[in-house]
Write a protein that binds this ligand. Structure first.
Ligand code: NAD
Length: 239
């Protein structure tokens, strides 16, 4: 009989999280029926072209999201992944800009789509803590030029840290996609990269995504606040 306690060494684990992880913290998801984006066309708020056309509108949109993220609290799924992140061999990648994993205590989160609490100078690449209300005329603290923008990866831009992510996927033994619809590339293709190196793959989602059966070995359905803590306990033992 197997002794109680942490299971066998789970190996190198890569976890990709999406908007569903933060749904129970009150942050609207991207594509669900009542999602934030239902009320805003992507082309109006989340592309470089939109920012060129109407920077004030885009900055107002992200000011609102910053305020919403600041009042949200991590849920049990964030806390469980934070615990997992301190385990050797774990890489935690998020598409979420809300920083709730960091606030739950997660180590070394890869923010592939940027973070809402950060400002970026489009002129020199300097980053600093975002103000509550951002203006393009805000001077960069490093170079002084008025080229402030949210430190967010917009549609059509290259996600951050792709080298690190590809390196982690190349060594993955287990890949998990949590609360993500698998519609936004390149993140949606991570499962295929992991499979190509022989990793076992699992999806945790409120409801299985359409092609979960083809692309994942295992599928765990239910709210992340319940499924993720149980999954993490199964990997590394209860807290
Ligand atoms: P998405 O909205 O496309 O998909 C969310 C997925 O989460 C869906 O498959 C849905 O079934 C699932 N889901 C909803 N509630 C859930 C719950 N309680 N538990 C488990 N799963 C649940 O989101 P995505 O795939 O992350 O889309 C990618 C884009 O959305 C990214 O660019 C990301 O930056 C952006 N986004 C981020 C946030 C955030 O920072 N919290 C919020 C909205 C959108």
């Amino acid at each position: 009989m197997r002794p109680a306690g942490p299971p066998d060494q789970p190996g190198r684990i890569v976890v990709l999280t999406g908007a569903g992880l933060s749904a129970e913290s009150g942050i609207p998801t991207f594509r669900d029926g009542d999602g934030l984006w239902e009320r805003h066309r992507i082309e109006d708020v989340a592309t470089p072209e939109a920012f060129d056309r109407d920077p004030a509108l885009v900055l107002r949109f992200y000011d609102m999201r910053r305020a919403a993220a600041a009042t949200a609290r991590p849920n049990p799924a964030h806390a469980a992944l934070a615990r997992l992140s301190h385990h050797p061999g774990v890489t935690l990648i998020t598409q979420n800009i809300d920083t709730l994993l960091d606030r739950a205590g997660a180590r070394d989160v890869i923010h592939m789509h940027g973070r809402i609490d950060s400002a970026l100078c489009a002129a020199c690449g300097h980053r600093w803590t975002a103000p509550a209300a951002m203006a393009t005329s805000d001077p960069c603290p490093a170079c002084g030029r008025p080229a402030t923008r949210p430190d967010i990866v917009w549609f059509g831009e290259m996600p951050y840290h792709m080298d690190r992510i590809e390196q982690a996927l190349a060594g993955a033994q287990l890949f998990a996609a949590i609360g993500t619809s698998g519609q936004v590339y390149p993140a949606a293709g991570f499962v295929d990269l992991a499979r190509s190196v022989g990793a076992r793959t699992v999806e945790l989602n409120l409801v299985p995504t359409d092609d979960a059966r083809d692309r994942f070995d295992d599928s765990i359905a239910g709210p992340a606040g319940e499924t993720v803590p149980a999954w993490v306990d199964g990997l590394i033992g209860p807290a």
